[in-house]
Design a protein around this ligand. Sequence first.
Ligand code: TXA
Ligand code: MG
Length: 326
Amino acid sequence: MNVVTVTDRAIVQAADLLRAGKLVAFPTETVYGLGADATNGIAAAKIFQAKGRPRFNPMIAHVADVAAAGRLVVMTELARRLAEAFWPGPLTLVLKRSETCAVADLVSAGLPTLAVRVPSHPVARDLLQAVDSPVAAPSANRSGRISPTRAEHVAEQYADADLAPAMILDAGATDVGLESTVVLVDGDELVLLRPGGVTSDEIAEVAGCSVSRASDPGNRPSAPGMLKSHYAPRAKVRLNAESASGDEAFIMFGPDEPDHDGSHVNISPAGDLREAAANLFAALHDLDAQNVSCIAVSPIPETGLGEAINDRLRRAAAPRVTPRQD
Ligand code: TXA
Ligand code: MG
């Protein structure tokens, strides 16, 4: 595996790889992240594929500074105060995506919100400056394994993976070793979605208000799949549809397009699951915006990324009465 000790040249190479849609594992002050260009949906899909994640969990967009964050999300006054106090550092803010947000829908798993953070690790900062684009990066562990705090952990976990990072930037052990604190900023309320490197007391002190736990009674649940705002189309969703009726919209997959007069999108005419993953959320959004009552979806294979695609589709198709556990 391509484990490279950090030098200026290695950072330039890593940035080139990211811009070319490749995956690069890099150190942050918390844990090593598995990065991809966040504006490239196909590259983001590779992260799920490499990690072997069965579900499309939303990811954090890493940026170089507050100004870059402000182009992706709506930075409220409260968010700015937290950013000034804790960035760069192990705090992730979940905020509304801005209208001009260039981050691929897949990165925020179709949610109207996006998690952003400015890491403090000098290598992460240099890399973000060099790429000049937001970098989507979950912890670099493979699904179900522990988060890597050294480059060797990453190399070892991807030794037998179908898809491995094109480069692992090695800067030794990370400082914090524990992931960032994830806080949802919802108007003037703060909800702790994941405890981490910054304590909720520290956050409460700067914010001047309390930080509720996602598990508090009456509060919204922590798992993104259960959040009220979690994207579910307004329209009904009908899966494994070989054809669609005239008043249904149709999400197709693969080269054999069934005849359909109504609205339709083929999320991968080539039948490529990576491309389908990158296009899925946008297709749901676009067809839902056309006020159809039902969106039919062609069968999508359960193999590889298809497992995560079908998981997300089943969630979109499930009854809406009660929140679903993630
Ligand atoms: O320290 C960290 O945060 C590391 C380094 C690499 O930056 N990254 C990391 O990413 O831990 P990940 O993907 O393993 O965890 C991100 C967490 C998940 O629990 C995810 O559900 C939550 O953030 N999250 C991301 N976007 C969200 C959103 N829009 N709404 C709610 N939760 C979100
Ligand atoms: Mg993780």
